[in-house]
Design a protein around this ligand. Sequence first.
Ligand code: B1H
Length: 832
Amino acid sequence: ENSKLPASRPLTATHPLALAPVSSPPATVDGFVREFLVNLNLERGVALSTSTATDQYSALATTVRDYLVARWLEDQRRQRSAQGKGVCYLSAEYLLGRQLDNNLLASGLTEIAAEAMAACGIDIDMLREQEVEPGLGNGGLGRLAACFIDSLATLSVPSIGYGIRYEYGIFRQTFQGGEQVEKPDAWLALGSPWEFPHPEAAQTVSFGGHSETYDDEGVIRSRWVPAWSVRAVPYNYMVPGYQNGRVNTLRLWSAEATKAFDLRTFNSGDYVEAVRAQTFAENISKVLYPEDSTPQGKELRLQQQYFFVAASIADFLDKVLPADFDVTDLPERVIFQLNDTHPVIAVPEMMRVLVDDRKLDWDAAWAITQQCFAYTCHTLLPEALEVWSVDLLGRLLPRHLEIIYRINDEFLVRVRERFGDDEQRLRDMSIVSEHRAVRMAYLATVAGAKVNGVAELHSQLLREKVLHDFDELMPEKFTNVTNGVTPRRFVRLANPRLSELITDALGTGWLTDLERLRELESYAEDADFRSAFAEVKAANKRRLDEVLRARDGFEIADDHLLDVMVKRLHEYKRQMLKVLHIVTLYERVVSGRVAASDLQPRTFIFGAKAAPGYAMAKRVIHLINAVGSVVNNDPRLEGRLKVVFPPNYNVTLAERVIPAADLSEQISLAGKEASGTGNMKFALNGALTIGTDDGANVEIRELVGDDNFFLFGMSEPEVEELWASGYRPGEFAQGDDELRRALDLISSGTFSGGDRSTFEPIVSNLLYDDRFMVLADYTSYIAAQERVDAAYADRDAWTRSAILNVARTGYFSSDRSIRDYIDRIWHTPPAL
Ligand code: B1H
């Protein structure tokens, strides 16, 4: 009653209606139908009888959204009043995947929505297919951010994810003549029902100009006089926890021209120039850079990075914190987690805000900044360590460059105090290199309270190699948080059959307490359970077969071992090793050394995008397709080997492929893959791994046991040793007859219509360079694949191993990763 609007008094901020202005519609089929029809009529302006699939999808999504809003508003109120410490996750990428099913699951509305759509005569599966996934990320790093915000909400950690609302996400991959051709990903073309734009909450982000000093009532201060600016408009997305009534916020920024900019130009009469300026501003959030692991030092990319972190810091300080907040208390209120170096320009930005705008003295500001940031490193590849030239920084962010110089000067004083006048070490550790480049990983390490790698081996190698000097100076900063994946999306939603089998065995609760999968160990010894598990895998293969037939015309045979390698195309990940395996099997048959009937039937599935400028990666894609068309059509193989390479591998396809896989290929050169997260998704879905001792494979193998994992290849120290002794790949080709035959077959033009030049660069790269030691690990890989075939022959034993993989990999839930971040880095209190 007291929530009724008072007739005579204006609504005050403390009125119940103002505090929680909406209540959810009734969670019944009738209530859902009504809300859906209201949305169809009022939001889309159509009647059910005339609505299109797009209208219906949009109304359905809006309806689900409506159910979540009340909780969202309540969470925001709770977080404002609690004034506790929260997390701001800063990431240039969020590879979200489709939202509808996840939000239905989180809100517990899956069944109600399905029945409601059926009552309206609509097939909800057809509506699911309407959603274009937001592909605002490249690969593992972006998907990790998406898993983390899911776990943060599920663990009720007050947090905001900040990022960029790219108008075009990761490109859509097509194949023409087997070669990759990129098409723009216009994911917003039909609108996005999940976002809430807030133009009134826009921030202004400035660029260029110069830095100057001025006399501020007797104190000499610096200030930045920028040359131009853009508006950053926030788009809010709800991030619901799994059936816990919590909803966090993901805030993505979109760039627009500022009014001032427009007016000035319009008033000068230059209409065309004014419109051009608008386009210029909008360019900043136009497109995701499609480089995975090898950032390009492009000006627009630096603009994107500064754009989103400057807007995020301003948003947090001015809008999220109360107006009277004392910034000296900032470390009690927030930790900004830097997802790789992409947001590291936030460090000098925070210093600029504290020193120039808020007028704190330098030391106080630095003390605050050092407590408010933590840095996650995701790589070991030297070419992946981001640097920005002093020239570019000076042009685009002159005040920030000054601040970086001062941070560096003070840091080098510390280095000198500790190590003496060791000029070499000073050069090695300087944030600004001799080549006038700012090393962003060093800046992050110096500024951050903590630095973490993403798997045990990776964190250890970071300390020993990439950041060795820093580890000596400040060992207390370094820690590890092994990556994880959300079991809601990658087990429950992707694999409903397995989830049901698990729930039948264990009851509910395992989805938020994934270590409970351990209880499945005893079921591995139960023959009935094994056959039920095998039936789930078979059904998942049939479902994948349906999807691939409809999508690309590929077929998956029931009796084939499904051998899957899905990840970005990169030389260090070694898709070429997989190709050499396939070519070897093919060569054995066509040369008559092996009868086709003696082959274990296998279907090889690849999914991989190459960075558009990465020529070698694109050649490998071409080769995979070329090998596929020869192998798939050669009658001598009697259909026992198939190569399937569906284009445009993305989160949606991953959700279908992974649950169907028997074998997971994790075959990077030891010491190169920071963690991998696909490896975890496969193991949790009951695939066995063939893998090197690299990244999180090490931890997977420790957990599942040697009997349930196919290890091959050199260890990281062995790799180092071989490099040091002078690696000559040609010797490995000489030493293995089958390897030479496979390379010869590729060189001979067998897969390129007789043209010997097409794939020649790949073969000569392997023979004369082979940075990632494909040839050195070939023999061991082929032997491991033979162990796979032998193991698969005993199908029941294989299934037992698969069950043990599921049972023993609950550790890789991103909920556990987030708990580790809380314990080791964030120290945020348990949520109310
Ligand atoms: C990972 C990247 C990455 N590491 C630069 N580094 C990018 C680097 O746009 N860029 O310029 C984009 C992405 N991505 C991956 O992170 C690692 O290779 C994986 O091993 C790891 O599992 C994943 C998540 O930690």
